[in-house]
Ligand binder design. Structure first.
Ligand SMILES: [Zn+2]
Length: 369
């Protein structure tokens, strides 16, 4: 990473290899047309989440989605596709698609716990119980070197009692993840958007070539106080739920620790405004409009805006997913700007507002276009 300072020693400009976004919801149709160019400007590639409607589970769906993505991003952007793990996903599809590299991994969604997760696996035990479809899919995935991407949350404990949302990741890390790893010892696993100190402790102990995690900028920047200060802020509501300060601090320790098994995954997850300002507010927010800028700010706040940042953003995730280091670079300058624009998407002739993260607030770093 190249970094320039002003006369007072303040960093004013950085250049890094073009990064990879390890967790991106590009959506479809008009939303994809809006989000795609934002992502392609900042990232060379992204792991594309499959929880569209309908979910991505077959070769023809993967190919159709890929074509639509390239129409929005242009051909230089590399979408790394994933399949949605359902109770009926065909192991033969996994074998065929991961075997030739069309698909990089499978995403596990616990049913009902996040956006468009109704098709998710009903019983987490099927991930480690031989004879079930999900188990067979993970076997095929491991055999072909694909990655299991985990939404690391359990909805219920062993007695069927509903878990508190703030304990969903803790339960998964302590009970579900070890069982998956025992049942599939050769499987590459990425814990997505790690959000708790319990997750951090586990990763620091067990992280390595077969187990890594992605971190979001929003979990590094905010904590539960920001979500509920003066009332409920729908634009700061996402899954996994925003935790108290001690968890944010643990995530910062992990991000600064310069571990090769920790990387950027923005979890940019836009919704039309009516889904956010609704009786049941949808989790997720648009981050793609400042998808790298917010991470620069987070790393600067942590005192880690140095080579560690480039490894986190551009190298660790890319290597985990089998990509070489990028030859392209992007530049960012210290130039404060206000998120004023509230993007609109035309859907069936009507205009729909999507509120970006930090609307009306300032962002300290700017991408050099
Ligand atoms: Zn997500």
């Amino acid at each position: 990473m190249e970094i320039s300072h002003d006369t007072e020693g303040l960093p004013v400009k950085i250049a890094i290899r073009k990064p990879l976004d390890g967790h991106e919801h590009l959506r479809r149709d008009s939303m994809l047309k809006m989000v795609g160019p934002m992502v392609a400007k900042r990232f060379r590639a992204a792991i594309v989440m499959p929880n569209t409607v309908p979910p991505i589970t077959t070769e023809s769906q993967v190919c159709g989605y890929l074509k639509e993505i390239w129409q929005a991003t242009g051909p230089d952007f590399l979408p790394l596709m994933t399949l949605y793990l359902t109770d009926t996903l065909e192991p033969s599809h996994v074998e065929a698609l991961v075997g030739v590299g069309t698909v990089k991994g499978i995403k596990y969604y616990p049913r009902g716990l996040t956006t468009n997760s109704d098709s998710g696996v009903k019983n987490p035990s099927s991930l480690w119980t031989s004879g079930t479809r999900p188990y067979e899919c993970l076997q095929a995935l491991a055999e072909h070197g694909g990655v299991l991407l985990l939404h690391a949350a359990d909805g219920f404990d062993e007695n069927g009692v509903e878990l508190d949302p703030f304990d969903q990741e803790k339960h998964f890390i302590e009970h579900t993840l070890p069982r998956i790893r025992d049942a599939h010892p050769k499987l590459k696993i990425s814990v997505e958007h790690l959000s708790t100190k319990w997750g951090v402790e586990y990763l620091l102990k067990h992280g390595g070539p077969l187990l890594g995690c992605s971190l979001t900028a929003q979990h590094l920047l905010l904590d539960r106080r920001d979500w509920l200060r003066g009332g409920f802020h729908p634009q700061r509501f996402w899954w996994p739920i925003i935790q108290p300060t001690e968890h944010r601090e643990a995530l910062r320790v992990l991000a600064k620790a310069d571990k090769p098994f920790v990387w950027l995954g923005s979890d940019s997850a836009p919704h039309p405004v009516e889904k956010k300002r609704a009786d049941c507010c949808a989790g997720g927010v648009l981050m793609a409009h400042a998808g790298i800028e917010l991470y620069v700010e987070a790393f600067e706040n942590m005192g880690a805006l140095d080579d560690r940042f480039e490894r986190f953003a551009s190298i660790n995730g890319a290597r985990f997913y089998g990509l070489g280091d990028s030859d392209e670079t992007i530049e960012l300058v210290r130039e404060e700007w206000t998120v004023r624009h509230s993007p609109h998407i035309a859907d069936g002739g009507t205009s729909k507002e999507v509120i970006p993260f930090r609307l009306g607030e300032k962002i300290r770093w700017k991408l050099v276009a």
